[in-house]
Design a binder for this molecule. Sequence first.
Ligand code: SAM
Length: 220
Amino acid sequence: MSKVTEISPGVYKINGRFATENLTPGRKVYGEELVKADGVEYRIWDIYRSKLAAALAKGLKSLEIRSGSRVLYLGASSGTTASHISDIVGGKGTVFCVEFAHRPMLDLLKLCELRNNMLPFLADARLPETYASVGRVDMVYQDVAQPDQERILIVNADKFLSKGGAAYIAIKSQCIDVAKKPEAVYVESIRLLSERFDILEKYQLDPFDVHHLFVACRMK
Ligand code: SAM
């Protein structure tokens, strides 16, 4: 018998593992386990495959995604983490998925056909004016692994977020400066982000994802 506990709106713990309610019952996205309890199907959220799940495992408290939220996701790849956000925001919410590589976009397109609340944009996240049709969002989530990650978040926040809006970023130190110690890279990243955001929480994601700092912030 599976014991299900809701730890944040739309996020569950099932026998010690994170899970979201499957928006498309019977379908897996990345080979994750499906679990049924009291007639509801959940998807186990793999902390080694999703940095947002890893951040939850590290103690992230301010998960600002809710049923009905509008989330701009930069670096959606084939949709692993975006699909769990899609479960959380549900049928009344939307996940706008920006990805510039063609290969993962092929898988993302198939996923978006099944999930009506996920909209794909083949675009460079450095150029938010190319997907301006997105409009205002409640949250920007960014996982692009680029040397100018902080600036990419800031130009998108300036365009799509209002004051007080939430932003999450997974900073990959090795992409910013492979010669520097990760901690030194993070200090500079936090300094850059602090120009535009209040920093709410930050977590190094090892051992789930090495050389990554996950930062939750709020637009000033
Ligand atoms: N966030 C995904 C997940 O958890 O399921 C994994 C993202 S993967 C680490 C980074 C993705 O960002 C890659 O698919 C890459 O093609 C994409 N990316 C990198 N730079 C980008 C840019 N400037 N614009 C759009 N996508 C970008």
